[in-house]
Design a protein around this ligand. Sequence first.
Ligand code: GRF
Length: 192
Amino acid sequence: MKKTAKIIILISGRGSNMESLIKSSKETDSPFEIIEVISNKSNALGLEKAKNFGISTLIIESKGKSQKDFENELKSAILAKSPDYICLAGFMKLLSADFLSGLENKVINIHPSLLPKHKGLNAQKQALEAGDKESGCTVHFVTAQMDGGEIILQKKVPIIKGDTEDSLSQRILGQEHLAYSESLRKIIAKNS
Ligand code: GRF
């Protein structure tokens, strides 16, 4: 029987990408299952959504802890579950080389720009301010270089005259929700 890849999702906020991954994992032909959602914020809206889908959730507060202590706690919790992949979905903490050691090609992120353009925060605003004609999203492996790891998949959207940060973000988000599960399917197929 074909093995189902085990996924842990890390969130910090509303969790719309998390939700689309959970929905995709429930499709009958899905090659992956979500085994846990971990948030570094106790008030992340995504936690409630995950619970409503019957997914196990865990809060590991980052506030008030050193990066080292937070990462040690997070890594132990992750390793205890032996996931195949760890998907960052609006997870607002940078992960150090120490954390990523031993997890190479296992940690994946989604970013709302066509990397390598517009790394970091407010990527949609950066695209508008640069006068770009198109934008989109990128799913990539995570390395200690922010938004710098190998690209798995990108989806493009046009930038339309009169776009605001909000309208562009919404257009990109629609593609993010397709891109994340498509990327997982792609890497799982490649590695199995
Ligand atoms: C998304 O735009 C994602 O690309 C970025 O943070 C946002 C998270 O949104 N990394 P959500 O929490 O998945 O709704």
